[in-house]
Structures are given as structure tokens and as C-alpha cells.
Design a protein around this ligand. Structure first.
Ligand SMILES: CC(C)(COP(=O)(O)OP(=O)(O)OC[C@H]1O[C@@H](n2cnc3c(N)ncnc32)[C@H](O)[C@@H]1OP(=O)(O)O)[C@@H](O)C(=O)NCCC(=O)NCCS
Length: 172
């Protein structure tokens, strides 16, 4: 059985999107545990270089994503074709996973990138993150064959590398 979540699959209209503010940081930090990076992302948003997008259901934050318009901390040196727009830290709250919310978030990010004249979206995924690899392939991303990054902090796994994915965005 594909969907085991008692919440079922959500309609797009049930999931609202808004830009994060500093007041949302405690909840975001609790969800992804990346306090310093989240502060950095809020600053990029303040400078107009990124957008921290929250997904909410009935006022509860159920997911988020960060769009980096100009550069990314995952930027591969010497590869300007991998600069972005870049999607970072797509996240869905554990109890809501596999209910379509990730796809709703992705399509909202893609719409924002297109509105900003973006023609493609890039992301970086650890090979140990099987859910994320499957998610991106299902949603039309293609692996960039000649670029990978090392994750030396990953212990006890043979999957110490990550790969870049790219998706060309169709004009509306
Ligand atoms: C990756 C992530 C954002 C996906 O969000 P999600 O809301 O669960 O994904 P969706 O329900 O929209 O799934 C869409 C499709 O992606 C694929 N997919 C998602 N999770 C999967 C999993 N655990 N195993 C296999 N395929 C999966 C499936 O093809 C799924 O379609 P299906 O359910 O019809 O088979 C979510 O797993 C997550 O938050 N993970 C933790 C944070 C993270 O690792 N983020 C990625 C950083 S690169």
C-alpha cells in the first residue's frame, strides 16, 4: 500500500504557502535542527537573494523549503552551471510525509522561480537519502552525471557522496 498516513493525501487548497519571518525560526529550528543555517537563510531572504517558503495546514507549519536565487552553499567550485536557482532543505514534517505535501511545496517553489525569470532549478541530494532521491526523480529532476560532492561527516555508510539534480522549467 502506497499511502499509510492516516492524514491521507492533501488537496492543494488545504496547504497554504507564506514567506517565513524571524518569528518562525524557533519552529523551523526545532524541525530541522539547523539553527545557524536557518539564520543565514533569513538574512539571504532579507537581502532579496532567497526565499524561505513555509507550508501550512490549518495554521500548523507542516513543511518548508528555501530557494536560493543567486548562489548556494552547495555551489560546486568552478561549475557556474550549478549555481542555481537552487533548492535547499526541502522538508516535510515526519507525520505528514508521503501525503503529497512535498510535491505541493516543490510546485510552489518552481512557480516562484519562473516568476523570477528562472529557467531551471538545481538541488543537491545525499545518496544515502533514498526518499529524497526518489522524490526528485519522480518529480522530473535529472542527475548531473559529472558532478558529485563528498560528505566526509557521514560515518558507517558507503553512500558518502551526494549528487546534483537539475530540472528544466517549462514556460507557462
Ligand atoms: C524528501 C521529502 C521532502 C519528500 O516529501 P513528501 O511530502 O514525503 O513527498 P511526497 O508525498 O510529495 O512524495 C512524492 C513522491 O516522491 C517519492 N517519495 C517520497 N518519499 C519517498 C520514500 N520515503 N520512499 C520512496 N519514494 C518516496 C514517491 O515517488 C512519491 O510519490 P508516491 O507517494 O505517489 O509514490 C521528505 O521525505 C522529507 O522531508 N525528508 C526529510 C528532509 C530531507 O531529506 N529533505 C531533502 C533534502 S535534499
Amino acid at each position: 500500500m502506497k499511502r499509510e498516513n492516516p492524514n491521507g493525501e492533501f488537496n492543494k487548497s488545504e496547504i497554504q504557502t507564506r514567506e517565513a519571518t524571524a518569528d518562525d525560526l524557533p519552529i523551523i529550528n526545532k524541525l530541522n535542527g539547523r539553527e545557524a543555517e536557518n539564520i543565514e537563510k533569513m538574512e539571504l531572504q532579507r537581502q532579496g537573494k532567497g526565499k524561505f517558503l513555509l507550508l501550512e495546514k490549518d495554521g500548523e507549519i507542516v513543511g518548508f523549503s528555501f530557494i536560493c536565487f543567486e548562489h548556494s552553499s552547495y555551489h560546486f567550485p568552478g561549475r557556474d552551471d550549478l549555481k542555481g536557482p537552487f533548492l535547499e532543505d526541502g522538508f516535510v514534517k515526519e507525520e505528514y510525509r508521503r501525503t503529497g505535501i512535498g510535491q505541493i511545496g516543490l510546485s510552489r517553489c518552481e512557480a516562484i522561480i519562473k516568476k523570477n525569470e528562472g529557467k531551471k532549478v538545481i538541488t543537491a541530494v545525499g545518496l544515502d537519502n533514498e526518499a529524497s532521491v526518489a522524490f526528485h526523480i519522480k518529480n522530473g529532476f535529472k542527475p548531473i552525471e559529472d558532478a558529485k560532492f563528498e560528505m566526509p561527516y557521514k560515518q558507517n555508510t558507503q553512500k558518502k557522496y551526494g549528487i546534483y539534480f537539475v530540472k528544466d522549467l517549462e514556460p507557462d
